[in-house]
Design a protein around this ligand. Structure first.
Ligand code: CA
Ligand code: CA
Length: 629
């Protein structure tokens, strides 16, 4: 196994070097590493990286039918050259020779033009819609399917230590492949992994302590998949196997910053590819600065151009070369790996015009692709601002959907806060009422927890009743439900500080684990009850037009009880939440209009039937999910 892997990596390394044939001994890197014919993005900008390439007066020539070299641009760094190419409709797949003459000598690059992958919207770029159920996992922490990649000798960080929550733990994409049947059985239809792009970073000091790049958000090379996760080959294998099982793949993009070991930061082609400050300036994290209309220009600049931490250089997305680099990389990843959608990290910190440009380029190339951005906003207006919305604002974003933080907050409030005029389930109703601000709130990704917050089970004090109500809301409210890995088996992060503990290892995913919670026999009775409850709802939801694409009709909260229906055609599902610790009477006459044409209601979680007349008794802390018959 180990020998095979070593050999495999050798072959891989050779495959990477093959396109670059050099007359001189020194190698050149070209980004994008290859391209395709038949792409809408046919004005290709190549960034050639080679020591001293820009010394003297370099010249480049390309002789390839259908391809024209439009412009050669010298960078500020002596080590890059920018080539602007037009790839015409007549260009055929093949290898084109790029000849470069510079003070460093003459050399040539064999550059591959591959045929564009067919089947967009069928075999890949399938898009994630409200009919999907997304499973968010951190590759390092989910399952270790290949221990030979736990430590990569050439990487700056070789630590693999499961006793340290801030270290790499060895999880990888083979581990995800091994658990595809588990995920399919749970009802998952899409996997969002935290970034799989290379994070070749040493340990860094953050306010909470020393931390490694195990989470994936410190990218150092956009054209490499982290070898600790199995590299590009494992990614391609995962995408193919997932698609065979009817599961889509969402890639996590970071346009706001890079790790400070990124080659573009260490040797900057142009100094203004990053937002430079005379003294270190952190972002103020206030999205209000972008849309309030009152904010000073200085505060807006700090919001957008301030850095996240001292080791995450903030990208200047207004620099045209940087913009092209990132746009082409996102197109390249979609095409190369055959993914289905993008989740965009730290969306609200990115230059707004750039975000519209990159989204438009992706959607022009792949109209069926989907994109949702992480805009961690304090208000619904703030959240809607970053998406296609119905608001009169100075800048209109084109992002289809967002990760819906206000809805997450509202669901938790409905579970944890006593009922009041603006409290408890009234907060949920008030949040839903503000959906009028979104062009289509069903494109939002909704969730109870994620990798940046306490685990759901911890936030609800380990209460299984609240768990069932929360999962009930997640699977019946409008939007694309997203589950954070481990929530289905009641994973917690009680009494611990730091991000690492919110990202615990999935028990059974790692060699030597004492228990395996991927199988029923390894779970406690309570964990199995939670797992089965979620599984039942996820499987039911798959075939329910009402819950996936239906309209929402709600009945204003009364005395701690909130009801809403989801309706599509003749299909109606009525959801009723009693958030209080008392039995509550529900008068069915309230739902008279809804009940027209139906004769009974069936609780989809246990099959029990209810008449559509008289009074219903709703037990304390209960959510009923009723299909009208
Ligand atoms: Ca591993
Ligand atoms: Ca920024």
């Amino acid at each position: 196994m180990k020998l095979t892997n070593t050999l495999y990596r050798c072959l891989l390394a050779c495959a990477v070097l093959l396109p670059l044939t050099h007359l001189s001994s020194q190698s050149a890197e070209v980004y994008p590493t290859h391209w395709w014919t038949g792409m809408k993005w046919n004005q290709l900008q190549l960034l050639v990286h080679r020591e001293g390439i820009n010394k003297g007066n370099p010249t480049a020539t390309i002789s390839y039918p259908g391809v024209q070299l439009k412009k050669t641009t010298r960078t500020e760094s002596p080590n890059y050259l920018v080539l602007d190419l037009a790839i015409g409709a007549t260009a055929k797949p093949g290898t084109m020779k790029i000849q470069i003459q510079s003070a460093g000598g003459k050399f040539s690059i064999d550059y591959q033009l591959k045929p564009k992958r067919g089947g967009a919207g069928k075999e890949y770029a399938n898009g994630i819609t409200s009919a999907d159920f997304v499973y968010l996992l951190m590759p390092d922490r989910f399952a270790n399917g290949d221990t030979s990649n736990d430590r990569i000798a050439s990487y700056l960080d070789n630590t693999c230590d499961r006793t340290n929550p801030s270290a790499h733990h060895g999880g990888d994409m083979q581990g995800v492949i091994n658990q595809l049947p588990y995920l399919k059985d749970l009802g998952v239809t899409a996997i969002w992994m935290c970034p799989v792009t290379e994070n070749d970073m040493p340990w860094k000091q953050e306010p909470a302590g020393a931390i490694s790049g195990y989470h994936g958000y410190w990218i150092t090379n956009h054209y490499q998949i982290d070898q600790r996760y199995g590299g590009a080959e494992a990614y391609k294998k995962l995408t193919a196997r997932a698609h065979e099982q009817g599961i889509k793949i969402i890639q996590d993009a970071v346009y706001n910053h890079v790790g400070d070991e990124h080659f573009l930061f260490k040797d900057k082609p142009f100094a203004d590819m990053f937002n430079n400050w005379p003294v270190y300036t952190g972002s103020n994290h206030r999205e209000e600065a972008l849309f309030s209309g009152y904010t000073s220009a200085a505060d807006k600049k700090v919001m957008l151009d301030g850095w996240f931490t001292p080791h995450l250089p903030d990208i200047n997305l207004r620099n045209p070369y940087m913009a092209n680099f990132l746009i082409q990389n996102s197109l390249w990843c979609t095409q190369e790996f055959g993914i289905d959608g993008w989740r965009v990290d730290t969306y609200k910190y990115c230059d707004e015009a750039f975000m519209n440009r990159i989204n438009a380029a992706l959607l022009a190339e792949y109209p069926t692709l989907s994109i949702f951005g992480e805009a961690w906003a304090n208000t619904v207006a703030g959240s809607a601002y970053f998406t296609r919305n119905n608001m009169k604002v100075p800048f209109k974003h084109n992002l289809p959907g967002t990760t819906d933080f206000p809805m997450q907050s509202a669901m938790l409030t409905a579970l944890n806060q006593d009922f009041g005029w603006t409290e408890g389930v009234n907060k949920l109703m008030m949040t839903l009422a503000q959906d009028v601000l979104y062009e289509d709130p069903r494109r939002n990704c909704i969730f109870l927890d994620n990798h940046d917050m306490d685990r759901f089970m911890t936030m609800i004090g380990g209460d299984l009743k609240k768990y069932k109500m929360g999962i009930g809301m997640l699977m019946t409210l409008r939007g694309i439900p997203q589950l954070y890995y481990g929530t289905e088996i009641l994973m917690k992060n009680d009494n611990v500080q730091g991000d690492g503990k919110k990202r615990n290892d999935f028990p059974g995913g790692f060699p030597g684990d004492a228990v395996n919670k991927f199988v029923a026999s390894g779970r406690t009775p309570e964990e199995n009850e939670a797992f089965q409850y979620l599984r039942l709802l996820a499987q039911y939801r798959k075939q329910s037009k009402a819950l996936t694409t239906g309209n929402t009709i709600d009945f204003l909260p009364q005395d701690g009880v909130y009801a809403y229906a989801r309706q599509s055609g003749k299909e109606t599902v009525l959801c009723i939440i009693n958030q209080t610790r008392d039995n509550k009477k529900v008068l069915t006459s309230r739902f008279e209009d809804l009940f027209r044409g139906y004769s009974s209601a069936a609780d989809i979680t246990n099959g029990s039937q209810l008449p559509l007349t008289g009074e219903w008794q709703l037990p304390p802390q209960t959510m009923w999910i009723l299909e009208l018959k």
